[in-house]
Design a protein around this ligand. Structure first.
Ligand SMILES: [Fe+2]
Ligand SMILES: [Fe+2]
Length: 234
């Protein structure tokens, strides 16, 4: 039973399949995971009672049939820390780098072609995407070259190492804020009615990228980092 005080991350921890509905509604359950349903409903302009009813319905229906994303979280939770780190790099880091490149090209293309009719949206979107791309590329490099090796080499980490690892969470928040601005600007990646195939494809890939980032950050913030802290405190 969910209430206005129930937090997003509490819902996902117990029911990983709920990520699908949050994705459909453009709700950030990873960086914004500490937000309550009351706060989210207000921010997204949703009727709280209807929102809670929707969540409960979804909860009941998907519980019966399961979902690929829920299975992916459940499987991830069973991994050792080394396996988690490998999996994050092979799936999310790899896929997001590929998407960033693809979207970068497409966004440049539609900025040129639709400048006259849609520059008021495409110019700020281009800028926000540039920020997101730069932030993520630097963040992945830091994880792969500095923090993941540090975590693996220091299973009994000192408070200093833990503090360094916790920096990742703050960097995730920065990406989450940029994503929120992109979603607001594009009405959660809804292409304009007169848009061409390339425009639609760009928005569709942006949405895929955002969903992948949400899942990625959720795994790092709510599964990997707590496991690292738990091991260190042993
Ligand atoms: Fe990562
Ligand atoms: Fe990360």
């Amino acid at each position: 039973m969910f209430t206005h005080q129930t937090k997003l991350k509490e819902i996902i921890n117990d029911n990983p399949h709920m990520v699908e509905l949050f994705n459909d509604l453009g709700i950030d359950y990873c960086c914004g995971g500490g937000d309550s349903l009351g706060k989210v409903a207000k921010e997204k302009n949703l009727d709280l009672h209807r929102f809670i009813a929707l969540l409960e319905n979804k909860h009941e229906s998907v519980k019966k049939i399961g979902s690929a994303k829920a299975d992916s979280i459940a499987e991830f939770k069973q991994y050792s820390m080394e396996e988690m780190i490998d999996s994050l790099q092979m799936t999310h880091h790899h896929d997001e780098r590929k998407l960033l490149k693809e979207i970068d090209d497409l966004l440049n293309k539609i900025l040129l072609v639709h400048y006259q009719s849609h520059s008021e949206k495409l110019l700020p979107l281009h800028k926000l995407f540039g920020t997101l791309k730069t932030e993520l590329e630097a963040h992945f490099a830091k994880e792969e070259k500095l923090l993941f090796p540090l975590m693996l080499e220091n299973p009994n980490a000192s408070p200093e190492v833990i503090a360094q690892v916790k920096v990742l969470e703050r960097e995730h928040d920065v990406a989450g804020d940029v994503i929120k601005e992109m979603q607001n600007l594009t009405d959660n990646f809804t292409p304009p009615e007169d848009s061409c195939y390339t425009y639609q494809k760009t928005y569709q890939l942006l949405n895929t990228l955002v969903q992948d980032i949400f899942m990625h950050v959720y795994k790092e913030n709510s599964i990997l980092i707590p496991l690292f802290e738990k091991q260190a405190n042993r």
